[in-house]
Design a protein around this ligand. Sequence first.
Ligand code: 9WO
Length: 248
Amino acid sequence: MALMRFDVVTLFPAMVVDAASYGVTGRAIERDIVSLSVWNPRDYTHDKHKTVDDRPYGGGPGMVMKYQPLHDAVNHAKQVGAEASRVICLSPQGQPVTQSLLADYTNVPQLILVAGRYEGIDERFLQLDCDDEWSIGDYVISGGELAALTVIDAMTRLLPGVLGDEESAQQDSHGDGLLDCPHFTRPEQLLGYSVPDVLLSGNHADIKRWRMKQALGKTWQKRPDLLQKKQLSAEQERLLKEFIVELI
Ligand code: 9WO
């Protein structure tokens, strides 16, 4: 039995299944660490035109997704799923998705992710059927599918056994609220830009120290807001000071 079950309610099921079949998520599904099911609201319509949307009350451009097909698709996912599930709508007005939010939900056996299209989803679905609304960023994309796939990818990486020991150690270092350190590979010399000597030294303690210093420095330069949220150790404070002094 998979550690987590993802159900995506979407008008484009193949888009979700195909995109999730690559890389880390694809391997996690093959190994049954996670399971992915997709539910098309169109399969839950009762008219010959399989209507999933309708014109907005009050006028205005575009169409709105109807309540009933979404509600029935979610209900079917609940019926065949785990005992504890959460229904999450992906929308620009949702709460920001962060690493810690995702970590909090890794103990929920079943996440039902609702990916809207058209101009939006009938408000009564959001109020009555959705437990949470999540946003992956302050922009409007063409549908909730890419947001759902982002959540599936980031959450799958947090599950035990998905990443190898090395990768998960690296994930932990990224996941500790700092930006990543710079990475280099062959050739050593490239357009006059050479690999930092410490990375060629073979001294693993120095390399670890350099990488932390670079991660702290880059975070200070590019995302000082992340540093505000982080309690640095005495050693990290020292490394950051060293980075800043060397910069001046
Ligand atoms: C669109 C929208 C725009 C402004 C304020 C609130 C809003 N909600 C939605 C919405 O739910 N739109 C549906 C899903 C239908 C149109 C495409 N959808 C969508 C989801 N566009 N962008 C997102 C999204 C999801 C998660 N994080 C960022 C954007």
